[in-house]
Write a protein that binds this ligand. Structure first.
Ligand code: NAP
Ligand code: GLV
Length: 310
């Protein structure tokens, strides 16, 4: 069996080592621009260029080294429609998302962000605590990662709600669905956590109109994709005080350019797209398991629905 590896950062060697352990007998080859790859059974890729996708008509499946398929689907039909595209399903990312979001929610709830500012000027002053009963955390996207985040938030006793495309019934979580549920979800959400895939329907969803529906003093956490948020509108709402602040892990342009105004806004906390890193060993084990299922003619989980875009 031959597996074609590609990463936009070029760092495929450790992936080949892990495949040698988890799928002994498989030969890994790498692709570089201008290459005509040898015939391969599978491709395992992250952010491949359009030219590479055109070479993959004969593979049995393309596996992604991450959860989001937007970086490959943006190339439209370059990857032939008959080739299954399989993303990572959690693979160790859920627990990381849980840690990140719980930290961001508690930091704001317990006002540690404000205490950091006070400490910087030597100010000793207890602040009024937020009311837990009205500190509603709303997660946009109740998929593999969104549900894991809801589980991690549950012990703290905040009212929890979720918004998804299809109807859900999640223990202890008020569920909203579809376009018709979005308005009520946003108007009742105090801390919004974006965990949606980036698709034609979710791009720019946290725009001026929708951010404006959040209650005064709301907080924004984005761990999905930068293109979900209208950056100038978020900044304007933070400056006006309508939104108290934001913790942002993802941006329209990454790395976030040094001159971007977010860097100078103290109420915005920035991290460099690290909320859930791909764990290579766990990911290779998952992909190797799925290859085994495909070889036996069994169905695999996490196949991207190209119509829906996730
Ligand atoms: P997933 O399992 O596919 O879940 C996606 C969720 O979004 C589902 O609940 C889905 O609704 C909902 N959704 C999709 N389109 C919608 C729409 N138009 N309206 C309302 N809800 C919609 O995805 P996941 O594994 O949880 O990952 C989510 C995203 O996280 C990825 O796509 C990726 O972009 C991002 N991510 C970021 C990082 C990072 O480090 N920052 C790391 C990993 C992943 P249904 O349940 O009804 O289908
Ligand atoms: C990372 O952003 C991923 O989608 O896995």
């Amino acid at each position: 069996m031959r597996i074609l590896l590609y990463r936009s950062d070029g760092n495929t060697a450790p992936w080949a080592d892990d495949f040698a352990r988890h799928l002994p007998g498989a030969e890994c080859v790498t692709w570089s621009e201008g290459d005509k790859p040898p015939p391969c059974d599978y491709a395992v890729v992250w952010a491949p260029p359009e030219a590479m996708l055109r070479e993959l008509a004969e593979v049995k499946a393309v596996f992604l080294m991450g959860a989001g398929a937007d970086a490959i689907l943006k190339h439209g039909s370059a990857l032939p429609a008959h080739v299954p595209l399989v993303r990572l399903g959690d693979a160790g990312m859920g627990v990381q998302m849980g840690e990140y979001v719980v930290h961001a929610v508690l930091r704001h709830y317990r006002r540690f962000d404000q205490y950091e500012d006070q400490a910087a000027v030597g100010e000793w002053r207890a602040l009024v605590t937020h009311d837990r009963a009205t500190f509603t955390v709303g997660v946009m996207g109740a998929g593999a990662l969104g549900r894991r985040v809801l589980d991690c938030l549950r012990p703290f006793g905040f009212p929890l709600q979720a918004w998804s495309r299809s109807e859900k019934d999640i223990d202890g979580v008020r569920c909203f669905a579809g376009n018709e549920g979005l308005d009520a979800f946003l108007r009742s959400t105090r801390v919004v956590v974006c965990m949606l895939p980036l698709t034609d329907t979710t791009a720019n969803i946290l725009n001026r109109a929708n951010l404006g529906k959040l209650p005064h003093g709301a907080y924004v956490i984005n761990v999905a994709r930068g293109a979900h948020v209208s950056e100038p509108d978020l900044l304007a709402y933070i400056r006006s005080g309508h939104i108290a602040g934001a913790t942002l892990d993802v941006f329209r342009n990454e790395p976030l350019p040094r001159q971007h105004p977010f860097w100078d806004e103290p109420r915005i906390t920035i991290t460099p797209h690290i909320s859930a890193l791909t764990l290579r060993d766990e990911s290779v084990r998952q992909i190797a398991g799925k290859i085994g299922q495909l070889e036996r003619g069994e169905p695999v989980a996490d196949v991207i629905n190209r119509e829906l875009g996730y």
